[in-house]
Ligand binder design. Structure first.
Ligand SMILES: Nc1ccn([C@@H]2O[C@H](COP(=O)(O)O)[C@@H](O)[C@H]2O)c(=O)n1
Ligand SMILES: C[C@@]1(CO)OP(=O)(O)OP(=O)(O)OC[C@H]1O
Length: 158
């Protein structure tokens, strides 16, 4: 049996925060604002996993009112979400994700992101794809006010 899920997330770009995307700290003069480390890509993937399992979303599992998640490493959140899939007998089919950001340039860091995600999902790097696009200077992403990410995942029952 296969299950599919999709996820979408947005975080504001502000000064004075590290820019952590896909578990990689990217050198940039701004970073993403959130209760956790605000890793927009890992949040979209976490929501895709939860969607595939029909288990709600990350706000339900990790409330932003809970001090336990203040500054949380989203790699740990994704690992926790993946445990829910693994304990139900699923393995990774594949995951495909897109980061929508005018800047910074993601291309140099995509390989590292793929490695982090494959490890967290107990899968192969060949089953993980991360893409980036600008929005051609249009909208909040185009103005550099924030970064969005979306993800689609396929889980396979072992
Ligand atoms: N933040 C980004 C955005 C884009 N890229 C790479 O550039 C290519 C062209 O982007 P367009 O939005 O002009 O289509 C895109 O395919 C990505 O490879 C990037 O690395 N970082
Ligand atoms: C991850 C959580 C929890 O720390 O906080 P944020 O970093 O603000 O991220 P968001 O994408 O708003 O999702 C859910 C939150 O509960």
């Amino acid at each position: 049996m296969i299950r599919v899920g999709q996820g979408f997330d947005v975080h504001q770009l502000v000064e004075g925060r590290p820019c952590i995307i896909g578990g990689v700290t990217i050198p940039y003069d701004k970073g993403l604002l959130g209760h956790s480390d605000a890793d927009v890509l890992l949040h979209a993937i976490s929501d895709a996993v939860l969607g595939a399992l029909a288990l709600g979303d990350i706000g339900k599992h990790f409330p932003d009112t809970d001090p336990a998640y203040e500054g949380a490493d989203s790699v740990r959140l994704l690992e926790h979400v993946w445990e829910l899939a693994a304990e139900r007998g699923y393995k990774l089919g594949n995951v495909d994700a897109t980061i929508i950001a005018q800047a910074p340039k993601m291309a140099p860091y995509i390989g590292q992101m793929v490695s982090v995600i494959a490890k967290a999902l107990g899968g192969e790097e060949t089953d993980v794809n991360v893409k980036a696009t600008t929005s051609e200077r249009l909208g909040f992403t185009g103005r550099g006010e924030g970064i969005a990410a979306q993800a689609v995942i396929c889980l396979i029952k072992k």
